[in-house]
Structure formats: C-alpha cells, structure tokens
Write a protein that binds this ligand. Structure first.
Ligand code: PHE
Length: 339
C-alpha cells in the first residue's frame, strides 16, 4: 500500500489530483482508517503493533503528500512568473492622445490674431444680468429686438447671455481712457431659444470685438474684418458688408465671407450665392457710450460679434453645427493634429 501510493503521489501533476489521492487514502473511508477501525476485532496484544504500523504508514504518506504539494505549488508559481515576465524589446501599445476641439482651435487662432494686433482678451459671464445683456446695449425692456434673442431666464434679472456683447458693455464701463484706447475681444458661449438644426444650435459661440478711441472709422472695421477672414481662411477670401440693424450699433452691418461653391473647403455650408454670413458689426451707438459713461463727442469706435462655429464649419468643411456638440470621437478624430 505504501509503495504503490508513494509512487502515485510523486506522479501527481496537479494539485487537484493530489487532493483526491489524499482524500482516498487518509479520509474516513480510506484503507488506513479502515485498518484502524478493524482493530477492535484483534487480540489485545496485537493492537499496539498493528496500530503503530498503520499510524507510521499514515504519517509517511501524509508527509509524501505534503512534500509533493509544496513542489507542485512552487512549480505553479514559477510557471506564472515565467509567463508574466515582460519582454522589454516588444513595441509598446500606442497611447491615445486627445487634441484640442476644432472649435477651440478656431477660437485660439482668432485670439492669437487679435492679440497680435494689440487687443486684450476678456472673459465674460455665461450667466449674465439683463442689465448688461440688454439695457446697457440700448435694448430697454420693451424693445422689439428682445424677441429676436429670446433666451433662457434664470429669474427676472439673470439669464443665459444671448450675445457676448454683454462683455463688451462691461469692459467699456470699466475702461479707463486716460490709460489709452480700448481694444478687446471676448470669446464664449451664448444661448438662444432656437430649435436645433444643421445651422442652428440653442448654444453656440461668439467672439465679441470692441475698439474705442478717437477717430475710429468704418474703414478700420472693414480692414480689421477682412484681415481676420483672410487669417483664418486664407488670403483668397473676400468679405461683403450688408446693411443691417442692431440696437447697439449705428450704422450696423452684416458681414459675409466668400466661400467656394464646390470642390473647396466649406463646400457643404457655402450657400448658392457664394457668400456666407459670419458676423454682425457696426459703429458703436452713442447711447451705448453714454450708458457706460463715455463721451460720444470725444470717443467712438466699432464693435463686432463673430461666430467661431460658422468659421470652423467653413474652414473644416463641416456641414452640421451639431457635430461640434455631440462629442462623437469618430468626428473629432478626423481633425486630430500633432501635439
Ligand atoms: N451681438 C450681435 C448678435 O448677436 C452681433 C453684434 C456684435 C453686432 C457687435 C454688432 C456689434 O447678433
């Protein structure tokens, strides 16, 4: 029994098999237990001998099992380690890296352009007071222009701003003209109660521009906007000014940028006319200056509100504004840039 089983124990290759052997040999129904149990039928004089013999065999087998178990366990650990060693010569898995959103890239590009021309970049508030979003901009409570920019009110006085022009009003009110002229741009999100479609989003972006000094003319405005359009979209772009109306500018214009009907970038967004509207602008209304405590007899200037969403659509040939806001990685990855 001993020899036969010692051999079986040494041959066991799996911990599970070894356990089975242990239960069969040493368990309650095993042969050794049986011998010990059968001792009551033996002569009293024989019992100690048989008992000692059976116990000795049991101990030896038990030791053999323990030794084999240790060996198997060690082997398992060694195998695991061997499997898990790292081959440092293998090429690494590529790390997925994010990239600035094309809308952000467009805004950054605009900021760079205007900073290069001596403008300061000002942050405004997305939750704005009615006072700055409307009143200071020559849009009193009963003004029909409020309908054009119906928005989300938080309470009587607070709303989600409909235009970055609110930031224009704040900056103008703060500015100390004894320190020099005012030149600022202010980018950010704006909100309108619009139904979303390919060209409308209830939330989009604007970048406000404001220049106030002595002797600023509409020619300055036109030159600035042309330079901006050509900086963002290329030197072959033209701009076109159409008369328009905003309560805070007089005269007011809507500005279109030329686009290429097909084949070129922005084909899908370019209207049949070959022009696309990207901003509103004009010469700052005297009432706006007065409201901010600036003398319209001495100072004047221009303001504009450009839409980075539209510019990005033109530049990258995106035909649905909603693509900017749905965070679909497949869309974003098309515009992956280095670093
Ligand atoms: N705030 C205007 C708009 O939202 C754009 C604009 C800005 C027009 C500044 C004139 C001057 O449409």
């Amino acid at each position: 029994l001993k020899q036969e089983n010692q051999q079986r124990i040494e041959d066991a290759k799996e911990l599970g098999d070894l356990d089975k052997i242990r239960v069969n040999l040493l368990g309650k129904k095993g042969p050794i237990t049986e011998v010990l149990r059968g001792m009551r039928d033996l002569e009293a004089s024989e019992r100690p001998k048989v008992g000692a013999f059976a116990n000795a065999i049991r101990d030896e087998l038990k030791t053999a099992i323990d030794v084999q178990r240790k060996a198997l366990e060690q082997e398992a650990i060694a195998n695991k380690l061997a499997k898990e060693t790292i081959d440092v010569t293998l090429p690494g898995a590529p790390v997925r890296q994010g990239t600035p959103h094309i809308l952000q890239q467009t805004i950054d590009d605009l900021e760079d352009f205007f900073m290069g021309m001596g403008y300061q970049v000002v942050d405004g508030y997305e939750v704005e007071e009615d006072h700055y979003n409307f009143e200071m901009l020559n849009i009193p409570a009963d003004h029909p222009a409020r309908d054009m920019q119906d928005t989300f009110y938080i309470d009587q006085e607070l709303l989600l701003r409909t235009q970055t022009s609110a930031s224009q009003a704040r900056t103008l009110e703060r500015h100390d003209f004894s320190k020099g002229p005012l030149k600022m741009v202010s980018p950010g999100r704006v909100y309108r109660r619009d139904n979303d479609d390919a060209t409308h989003s209830h939330q989009f972006h604007q970048m406000e521009g404001l220049v106030i000094d002595k002797h600023i003319t509409m020619g300055d405005l036109k030159g600035t906007l042309l330079a901006m359009a050509q900086h963002v979209l290329g030197a072959d772009r033209k701009i076109r000014l159409r008369p328009s109306y905003f309560p805070f500018t007089e005269p007011s214009v809507e500005v279109d940028i030329s686009c290429f009907k097909c084949g070129g970038t922005g084909c899908a967004v370019c209207k049949q006319s070959g022009w696309i509207e990207v901003l509103g602008a004009g010469m700052v209304h005297p009432n706006v200056l007065i409201a901010a405590g600036v003398d319209p007899e001495v100072y004047g200037g221009f303001a504009f509100g450009v839409g980075p969403d539209r510019l990005a659509m033109l530049k990258y040939g995106v035909d649905d504004i909603r693509s900017f806001y749905t965070d679909d990685v497949r869309f974003l990855e098309q515009f992956q840039t280095e670093g």
